[in-house]
Design a protein around this ligand. Structure first.
Ligand SMILES: Cc1cc2nc3c(=O)[nH]c(=O)nc-3n(C[C@H](O)[C@H](O)[C@H](O)COP(=O)(O)OP(=O)(O)OC[C@H]3O[C@@H](n4cnc5c(N)ncnc54)[C@H](O)[C@@H]3O)c2cc1C
Length: 385
């Protein structure tokens, strides 16, 4: 793929790091819904979570394809990047739209891991995907904003120092466009906890450390506003292509893990006096999953190359996310079937990865919304909602 860099050396080093965190590590955490502190620490120490932070702020200033190579490898090795992937890219909003003072203060600390900016508060229980209908408000009072409302599914909130929050600063009926009047804030969660900010963990299908977040007259300094008041929705949109491409890379990694696991098992498991992989009923689904993964991988690579060249890539980023999440799910389904009963046994890790990879057809954006984006913005079909 022209213009796409594979980052083979990074992949090799990340794989070595991941080898220290085998299936047993993830299984133990999964049982208690624990946070992979040691794994995140190892990635931070090695500098992998700071690859997108520019060098002048202490990061390595690499392109998105380097971050994608890291996340894909993490997933290909059977680990999970969801505990910390947002530390890589949430800072992009501050980098692109923050003030000099915010950049100088926060980015170097985010680069070293001293501060974790990996909580992203957009989704709310009532508005769902219709982001502009969100109800959390931030009202200006002197040199403060007073925040009231609720978020849901705020991942890693308990393991983050800062939260990027999207809240309404002008009521929807007082703005010309419903996308106006929303603002982004960079909130010091440690200071706010117990002072209007409450977290409540959500137990979910897989170990994801997501929370409900409640704001009850939470007072934050006015200088926590990122960029211009009322323009926050656009700032959030700006980061979405990067996020979609990185999540897509994780899905490709998952698909590769499932395909390798199934291939090894199909060669080793002997039933009726021959390896099950000798039966085409077992071979074909594995080959099919491989073909789907490779096709999705090319779309991810195309999206990354366009992103790095500074070209529009909304179409490719959305398609990459959709196709890669479908490819990883097809591979997961195939892997369970290939393993027969053992696909359900925790010690094989297949059932855990199966649960983990299911998420990506729903979050951070669900497949229907991607299809509607393609229908409307790429194919010119009438807007449906
Ligand atoms: C584990 C997990 C972690 C998450 N982490 C975060 C996070 O850190 N920060 C954050 O802000 N959010 C987070 N989310 C939220 C996630 O982004 C949303 O769940 C997702 O965008 C879907 O929104 P919803 O759940 O409100 O579904 P809804 O918007 O209620 O949609 C439900 C279903 O209806 C479909 N649908 C809705 N409208 C239409 C339409 N017009 N046409 C066709 N179909 C439609 C959707 O595609 C979906 O299948 C997380 C979610 C999960 C499960």
């Amino acid at each position: 793929m022209s213009g796409f860099e594979l980052h083979s050396e990074i992949r090799e080093e990340v794989a070595k790091l991941c080898a220290k965190f085998p299936g047993e590590y993830w299984r133990t955490l999964d049982a208690v819904r624990g946070y992979p502190t040691e794994f995140v620490h190892a990635l931070t120490e090695a500098g992998y979570l700071a690859v997108l932070v520019p060098e002048e702020y202490g990061g390595s200033g690499l392109g998105l394809s380097a971050a994608a190579a890291i996340l894909e490898t993490i997933h290909e090795q059977g680990c999970n990047g969801a505990a910390c992937h947002a530390q890589m890219y949430t800072m992009g909003t501050v980098l692109r739209h923050g003030s000099d003072a915010q950049k100088q203060h926060y980015l170097p600390k985010i680069a070293t891991g001293e501060l974790r900016l990996q909580a992203f508060g957009v989704t709310e229980p009532t508005s769902g995907t219709d982001t502009t209908a969100l109800r959390t408000t931030a009202r200006r009072e002197g040199d403060e904003y007073v925040v009231n409302g609720q978020k849901v599914w705020t991942s890693r909130a308990e393991h983050s120092d800062l939260m990027l929050l999207l809240a309404r600063t002008t009521p929807r009926d007082q703005v010309a466009k419903k996308t106006d009047g929303l603002s982004t804030f960079l909130i010091d969660m440690q200071a706010a906890k117990g002072h209007g900010l409450t977290l409540r963990p959500i137990r979910s299908m897989m170990n994801h450390n997501s929370c409900e977040v409640f704001f009850d007259d939470m007072r934050i300094p006015a200088d926590t506003l990122v960029g211009t008041e009322g323009k926050g929705f656009r700032y959030i949109l700006d980061g979405m292509n990067a996020e979609r491409l990185l999540i897509a890379a994780e899905c490709i990694g998952d698909a590769k893990w499932f395909i390798q696991k199934a291939t090894e098992y199909a060669k080793a498991r002997v039933v009726f006096g021959r390896p099950i992989g000798q039966n085409q009923g077992i071979q074909f689904p594995i080959a099919n999953a491989y073909a789907k993964m490779r096709a999705a991988e090319l779309m991810v690579q195309d999206g990354l190359a366009r992103f790095e060249r500074g070209e529009p890539c909304g179409e490719q980023a959305n398609m990459a996310k959709m196709l890669a999440s479908e490819a990883s799910w097809a591979a997961a389904e195939m892997c369970v079937q290939t393993h027969g009963g053992f696909g359900f046994a925790e010690e094989y890790d297949v059932e855990r990865k199966f649960r983990e990879t299911r998420l990506y057809q729903v979050a951070p954006i669900s497949t229907n919304l991607i299809l509607s984006y393609l229908a409307e913005h790429v194919l010119g079909l009438p807007r449906s909602y």
